[in-house]
Design a protein around this ligand. Structure first.
Ligand code: UN1
Length: 504
């Protein structure tokens, strides 16, 4: 049924998952199956790369770097513009492939490709704005300035839940900054990565730029090899906190740079003055959207006690009206989880929740149908429950109540993660307090909208166990470049800084 789509995206029954300037015919890793999580059916097979294959790719990307860093940034931007155009042309097909392989509903699949396109547009503009400062020198006839240079090949490890957008966050910036990319996609979503690689090859290969963007679908061992590889000055990794800690440690060991975007455990405070209609809509999208598998998913709802009952009643009702179904069907709001093991994690979490004294208000069960479906779930929780400090990648929403805003903020910040946050309030003072230095401790803080669904352009990332990285906007490009501070003497004397004298 999907054969024509796969064909249009140049995917076959068996695909090489490794590209390093050319497709490697027989990479030496395992052969894996990419499954459609909505049905459990096999979409296609992918040959993973082994350690040797990775080595070839890394060597090639280093060679590509030598030429790419010489191209002026606005010309690199032109290449990124063409990649953006290419994605525009194939948005519909690629969006559908995201739906098929990651289980996202149609509009979210398309949204994901749009996020890639937006990222390309952003990077094109940036390619003429890689500004360095000129600084006032204390020495006469001296000029002091800084400039930004390309860094080298960037390793990009991405997760299944944004199988292509997060690559684009990194790749679009890396490219205009002058860095080649080696992409290690999630083993759960290798086909979207192969399709993207084919699309960008159409732009790169005819221009003699093959190897600027590379792919190495591989297992965890190769991920570790990347982290340890001194040829990659930067490794950008998105995924679990456990994975990020391991990558960070290995990269730090060789004093490399890592950019981490790890677990979230996002909260939303609904105050006494909140517009409940607005809050309700936002909560639904943030807690149930992408089947609760965004790192920005709303997991903890902290409601003023005056609204708790009403909001919970309305939410439970709304949850029962959520259309669960095949993600490509019109009207579906909740598609499958990514895998059987994700379902297991969900059911284990439900058991733990009950053991720890949580009350399941709605949902709580696996759905009996093909594919990996679970019911969207609301839990009345207590602050002391250990599980609310953990990120379970599923649509489980914990509801907590509070009386004073300080208490709500303390509850909100009382988890190890610090990605995204939100408050619903019509009071200026509450909003400002939430955004103040003693308010939300997250990398992202929103007022009167939910914690998920950020647009590109702003820096994306979070604090604490989220890893501290910032991607996709603002001055995140600086992570992909090396800064050089330069002093030029255009005089005939040699004044020393700090007034030091050293005359012979
Ligand atoms: C992620 O889940 O890894 O803000 C990224 C959002 C999306 C990105 C999520 N733009 O929800």
């Amino acid at each position: 049924m999907w054969q024509s789509l796969l064909g249009r995206l140049r995917l076959r029954d068996i695909n090489s998952g490794v590209y390093g300037g050319r497709w490697l015919d027989r990479p030496s890793g395992e052969t894996i199956e990419s499954l459609n999580p909505a049905t459990g059916e096999v979409l296609a097979r992918v040959l993973l790369g082994g350690e040797n294959d990775y080595d070839v790719v890394a060597g090639n990307s280093l060679a590509a770097f030598a030429a790419w860093r010489k191209m002026p940034p606005p010309q690199r931007g032109e290449i990124v513009r063409l990649i953006g155009e290419q994605l525009r042309k194939h948005k519909d097909d690629l969006g559908m492939l995201v739906t098929l392989e990651a289980g996202k509903i149609r509009s979210e699949g398309l949204g994901e490709v749009q996020e890639m396109i937006d990222m390309c547009d952003f990077a094109v503009g940036l390619s003429r704005q890689l500004y360095g400062l000129t600084i006032a020198s204390e020495r006469p006839e001296h000029r002091l300035f800084e400039q930004w240079h390309p860094l080298g090949p960037v390793g990009v490890i991405t997760a299944f839940n944004f199988p292509v957008a997060v690559w684009a966050w990194n790749a679009a910036l890396a490219l205009v900054c002058g860095d080649p990319v080696i992409w290690k996609p999630s083993q759960l979503t290798p086909l979207t990565a192969i399709a993207v690689q084919q699309l960008v090859n159409d732009i790169l290969e005819p221009r003699g730029l093959a190897g600027v963007l590379n792919l190495c679908a591989a297992d965890r061992d190769v991920g570790e090899q990347m982290a340890a590889d001194g040829r990659l000055p930067l490794v950008s990794a998105t995924g679990s906190t456990a994975m990020g800690k391991s990558v960070a440690k290995t990269v730090a060991e060789r004093l490399g740079r890592s950019l981490l975007e790890l677990g979230g455990n996002n909260g939303c405070i609904v105050t006494e003055s909140a517009d409940l209609d607005l809050a309700l809509r936002a909560i639904l999208f943030a807690a149930v959207g992408t089947a609760g598998q965004r790192c920005t998913t709303l997991r903890r709802l902290i409601v003023h006690e005056s609204h708790a009952e009403q909001l919970v009643t309305r939410l439970t009702k709304a949850y029962q009206n959520i259309t669960v179904g095949l993600p490509w069907e019109e009207g579906t709001l909740l598609g499958p989880l990514i895998s059987e093991s994700a379902v297991k994690q969900y059911t284990t979490a439900i058991t733990t929740i009950k053991q720890q004294g949580g009350e399941v208000l709605c949902g709580g069960k696996q759905i009996d149908r093909a594919g990996y479906y679970v019911q969207p779930t609301i839990v009345r929780a207590k602050p002391a429950m250990e599980i609310i400090k953990h990120e379970t990648f599923a649509p489980i929403l914990y509801v907590l109540t509070y009386r004073e805003l300080e208490e709500a903020i303390a509850l909100h910040n009382g988890v190890p993660q610090g990605l995204s946050s939100a408050i619903f309030t019509d009071r200026f003072r509450e909003a400002e307090q939430f955004l103040s230095p003693w308010g939300s401790d997250c990398g992202i803080a929103n007022v009167n909208l939910g914690p998920s669904g950020a647009e590109i352009g702003g820096a994306f990332g979070g604090e604490k166990e989220t890893g501290g990285g910032r991607e996709a906007g603002s001055d995140a490009w600086k992570t992909y470049m090396r800064r050089q501070t330069c002093t030029l003497n255009f005089g005939k004397t040699l004044p020393l800084a700090q007034g030091v004298k050293f005359d012979v």
